[in-house]
Design a protein around this ligand. Structure first.
Ligand code: 13P
Length: 251
């Protein structure tokens, strides 16, 4: 049984006061929700404000990025162990915005995942094709490279601490969601890749989230598909009621 994950990626929004207010509004709306792993990912500087609020609740804390070294002369970076110290259980790695604007590659993503796992974090490993790649019929090649590159050298045991997030870049922040069929097709393909690289049991156990314009209105259809195990939500996670509407997809 794969426990569904609904994760909010707050991106570069919400200072400390706004982040604390958002999560304070969310807590009562999801407090009775069982059987769903609920994760929020504020900016680094709002982690502690959110941590204070979610203490003792069913909401988990994630960061949006980390570096792969534990410490050293790396100005501006944050180590995975420091995220654990800040109360994080999860970290998003390899988001398409980081690949697109900050030069992240399958190799650097791989280093970050390994470092995150070593520190005891759950890695939310993001993959996804651009519109150009989809139109050139390269979706499956791109995803295969991203999965093989990102997970190189990671054992089946370590994969238990990895959540894959499939986010087609053309569906992020555009209001264009992949159809339930399109998403299911890709999720099944990704699970097949894991079965090929690892084994059936590992593939059956890994959670694969969908991301890209997920809203309360479209989450049910996505979640009804066999290989879609949750959502990584951007815009709709910035309001307590819409995020709660996604978290409570089963109600
Ligand atoms: P939107 O939900 O705003 O499309 O963003 C998706 C995303 O990038 C989550 O990581």
């Amino acid at each position: 049984m794969r426990i569904p994950v609904i994760a909010g990626n707050w991106k570069l929004f919400k200072n400390q006061a706004d982040a604390a207010a958002l999560v304070a509004g969310l807590i009562p709306l999801v407090k009775d929700t069982v059987g769903v792993e609920i994760v929020v990912s504020p900016v680094f500087t709002s982690l502690s404000a959110v941590r204070e609020k979610i203490c003792g609740t069913n909401i988990k804390l994630s960061a949006q990025n980390c570096y792969w070294e534990e410490e050293g002369a790396f100005t501006g970076e944050i180590a995975p162990g420091m995220l654990v110290d800040a109360g994080c259980s999860h970290v998003i790695i390899g988001h398409s915005e980081r690949r697109q604007y900050f030069g992240e590659t399958n190799e650097t993503v791989n280093k970050k995942i390994k470092a995150a796992l070593k520190a005891g974090l759950v890695a939310i490993f993001c993959i996804g094709e651009t519109l150009e790649q989809r139109e050139a019929d390269k979706t499956f090649d791109v995803l295969r490279d991203q999965v093989n590159g990102g997970l190189a050298g990671i054992t089946a045991a370590d994969l238990a601490k990895v959540i894959i997030a499939y986010e087609p870049v053309w569906a992020i922040g555009t209001g264009k969601t992949a159809s339930d069929d399109q998403a299911q097709e890709v999720h099944a393909f990704i699970r097949g890749l894991i079965a090929g690289e690892y084994d059936q049991a590992t593939a059956a156990a890994i959670r694969i989230l969908y991301g890209g314009s997920v809203k309360p209105e479209n989450v049910k259809g996505l979640m009804s598909r066999p290989d879609i195990d949750g959502a990584l939500v951007g815009g709709a996670s910035l309001k307590a009621d819409s995020f709660a509407g996604i978290v409570n997809f089963g109600k």
